[in-house]
Design a protein around this ligand. Structure first.
Ligand SMILES: [Zn+2]
Length: 359
């Protein structure tokens, strides 16, 4: 989200604009100055579309912390994913429904004003008619059954009534990536006799591909992190070092095992810190191998318990930027280590077992 700029807050929802969206506006504004007004109105339609999603989510008690505008549309980041496929379906459809309403209103206004059908008005360069046309395009584009478009969410919601959430996401993401490839190829070479090569389509393909991949990775992470406590994937076999061990002893342990990071225990057997490979190597550069590990280890290491959900453990790991987090049991004894490697291993194992529904 670092590439997006906060604009305003409406009803507790932070509106953000992605840098590339601004580039798009700039590029269009270069063409003509009246185009700027048109782009701002288009921008308003996209914002209203996203508020459609946000308000539908609110009806199910789900808040939307922010809405980010990208060149291919907006992304309303929901506080949590709706529990039921039906809820996701309604939230996904609420956005395109806004475009239907806008297009219908514009159609009525254009018709009442000049007795000219919108199709003809577009050819005359009429701004409202152009806006009508763009809302229809937005609607059709968003309803493509592919992630990250709303149609992809509809597809996932429908699939999720039969498959697990993660599996349904995978299918919708694969369809999304297939669309991205198709856009990319049409953008590059065009369709002979029908459609010219268009760099803008390649640009869209890039965003669609990225969005589909991100969504798939996130959904899998979320799925695993919700279903499992850390005890299901922690490292159970590992070496510890006493606080009085020397760096030479730590080096021996580093070479004798495949472990990178070692929990350091004080004389009562409690976790005093973690000696990371990075810190060990840095200390060795100073040349004294008789220093105690207690003088080199990281002390500001948080711990989790066996019952902690992955979701929470991930957050803790990211916040402290720790290579390994000690896992304690109910008696505060060290029983495991959580590392990024074994977390990704759990994910690999889970994605190899796609059709098993959680109990
Ligand atoms: Zn949408």
């Amino acid at each position: 989200m670092s590439w997006s700029i906060p604009i305003i807050r409406i009803a507790g929802i932070q509106l953000r604009i992605h840098v590339t969206f601004l580039l798009l506006i700039g590029w269009i504004a270069l063409g003509s100055s009246s185009a700027v007004i048109f782009v701002l109105l288009l921008f308003l339609c996209v914002v209203l579309h996203e508020f459609g999603h946000a308000l539908a989510a609110k009806a199910y008690g789900i808040n939307t912390p922010d809405i980010t505008l990208l060149p291919i549309g907006g992304v309303a980041r929901l506080e949590r994913i709706p529990e039921e496929p039906k809820q996701e379906l309604v939230i996904a459809i609420a956005g395109p429904l806004v475009n239907v309403i806008i297009a219908a209103c514009l159609y009525v206004v254009i018709g009442a004003r000049g007795h000219v059908a919108p199709e003809i008005a577009v050819q005359k360069g009429d701004m409202l008619a152009g806006l009508f046309q763009i809302n229809v395009w937005l609607l059709l584009f968003n309803l493509l059954p592919a992630f990250p478009m709303d149609g992809g969410r509809v597809l996932r919601a429908l699939l999720a009534t039969r498959l697990t959430y993660a599996r349904a996401t995978q299918v919708a993401a694969t369809v999304g990536q297939a669309f991205a490839f198709a856009f990319g190829i049409v953008g590059l070479f065009g369709i002979p006799g029908l459609f010219h090569a268009n760099p803008f389509l390649i640009f869209i393909a890039f965003f669609v591909y990225l969005g589909a991949s991100q969504e798939a990775a996130l959904a899998q992470m979320r799925d695993v992190s919700r279903r499992f406590p850390v005890s299901s994937a922690m490292v159970r076999e590992f070496r510890t070092l006493p606080a009085t061990a020397t760096l030479q002893e730590a080096v021996d342990a580093l070479l004798a095992t495949s472990q990178h990071d070692f929990p350091v225990l004080d004389e009562t057997g409690n976790v005093a810190g973690i000696l990371t490979r990075h810190d060990l190597i840095a200390a060795l550069h100073k040349g004294d191998t008789e220093i105690h590990v207690a003088d080199v280890m990281r002390r500001d290491i948080p711990t989790v318990t066996t019952g902690t959900r992955f979701e929470e453990a991930f957050r803790i790991m990211q916040e402290c930027n720790c290579p390994a987090v000690p896992v304690l049991d109910g008696m505060k004894r060290l029983v495991g280590l959580l590392t990024p490697e074994n977390v990704s291993e759990l994910m690999m194992v889970q994605s190899a077992l796609p059709r098993r529904r959680p109990a």
